[in-house]
Write a protein that binds this ligand. Structure first.
Ligand code: NAG
Ligand code: NAG
Ligand code: NAG
Length: 370
């Protein structure tokens, strides 16, 4: 409190008392504002995490949409939906700023309404363990499957889209089987996961049309990013049934401008392309390498540029009522917040039964969705 001490010592000159009091108050307010702005932008502007502040990040725990797919008719193809999801889903306790991409666990993410998950596994002692690069998340593929099965048992109207990626080479020296064989053990020969896998894994052979929501309810649809001899098990990652935006290497915060251009182009393409169920649209809002994932999402601590979650959230809100913008596709996020999740989900409203019956009544126009 140096300003108050200074003020007291000046008070000895009585005739100057009033101007001194005023300037003391001014100094006090200036110091207080400086402290608030430098130490706690969160107190002034809202949602904050580790000092990073962003209106569209971090508070996914305040979003609550455990059954949003229940309002959408069975015949809608999965490719016609607007789906929020997470990148490097399981990194919420990884303990390294460079590798952490999330701040809530899987069950919280599911409850918030997120339905796409990025699951990166490495083969370690014949088991699949969840990594981000060389960083171990502390979680196993069993943890992931059990969490997803529990959610789908409790909310059978819902669908989960799981990217399953082989994250680098096997680890350890006691591996005797392949990544694919290990994956199949969880499906066919594991006391903890096999029953749930029978109920909930949807095996897609890539020749049938991309599935509808009705076919996928209570199921996990796999986007397969690992080699197989006896598959396939799901849609091929980066195959011709997906349109993917994945500009993720951003050398510094000033190149986030290029990242935003890539995101906006991807969202515009998904929003305006025909609904012919030929491809799944996916856009990564996340980025890293020259920037921390949290800086890319929420903007840097010094707030010199906007974070990608804020840019994306504003775009999604600005275009949500535009007639010709019909879907966002899958939007893949680091550190998502309530406002961003809510905004993406609102794009599905024209597809929802109850909305269709009452306020919107544009069923004639709905044919453009499928
Ligand atoms: C996930 O996080 C929430 C909130 O912190 C907690 O209540 C819940 O028990 C966690 N779930 C699991 C499976 O750890
Ligand atoms: C793929 O699945 C579809 C529908 O389930 C089926 O009709 C088709 O015969 C399958 N194709 C192959 C090559 O297994
Ligand atoms: C703001 O922070 C970023 C990332 O921490 C840094 O690269 C940049 O130089 C900083 N800008 C200013 C003007 O301090």
């Amino acid at each position: 409190m140096p300003s108050i001490a200074g003020c007291h010592s000046l008070l000895h000159g009585l005739p100057r008392r009033i101007p001194v009091l005023i300037s003391g108050a001014v100094i006090f307010i200036m110091v207080l504002s400086y402290l608030l702005l430098s130490m706690g932008p969160c107190m002034v502007w809202g949602v904050c995490y580790h000092g990073y502040q962003s209106a569209y990040s971090f508070d996914a725990d305040l979003a609550h949409h455990p059954t949003w797919m229940g309002d959408i008719p069975d015949e809608v193809p999965i490719t016609s939906l607007s789906i929020p999801g997470t990148h490097d889903t399981m990194t919420y306790t990884i303990g390294s700023e460079g590798l952490q991409c999330q701040n809530w666990n899987l069950s919280m993410q599911l409850d918030a309404g997120l339905r796409y998950f990025d699951i990166r596994a490495r083969l370690r002692d014949d088991e699949l363990q969840i990594y981000h690069g060389n960083g171990y998340t502390g979680y196993s593929f069993t943890n992931v499957l059990v969490g997803m099965f529990e959610f789908l048992d409790a909310n059978p109207s819902e669908t989960i889209i799981m990217r399953l990626k082989q994250e680098g080479n096997p680890i350890g020296s006691s591996n005797t089987i392949s990544f694919e064989d290990s994956f199949n053990r969880y499906r066919q020969d594991d006391p903890v996961t096999t029953a749930g896998a029978n109920d909930h894994l949807y095996i897609y052979n890539r020749t049938a049309p991309l599935p509808t929501l009705g076919e996928l309810r209570s199921k996990i649809f796999i986007l397969q990013q690992f080699p197989d001899n006896n598959g396939p098990y799901g849609l091929l990652w980066e195959g011709n049934q997906m349109v993917l935006e994945d500009l993720w290497i951003i050398p510094d915060i000033y190149h986030l401008a290029d990242k935003w251009t890539a995101i906006r182009n991807a969202l515009e393409l998904a929003a305006t392309s025909k609904h012919d169920n030929s491809v799944l649209y996916l856009a990564h809002v996340s980025a890293s390498i020259g920037v921390l994932p949290i800086e890319a999402a929420a903007g840097p601590l010094n707030r010199t540029v906007s974070g990608m979650n804020d840019m994306t959230g504003q775009w999604v809100e600005d275009f949500e009522l535009v007639e010709d913008a019909t879907r966002t596709g899958i939007v893949i996020l680091d550190f998502p917040g309530r406002r961003l999740i809510d905004a993406i989900l609102r794009w599905n409203q024209p597809l929802q039964r109850k909305v269709r019956r009452s306020t919107w009544s544009r069923s004639a126009q709905l044919s453009k969705y499928w």
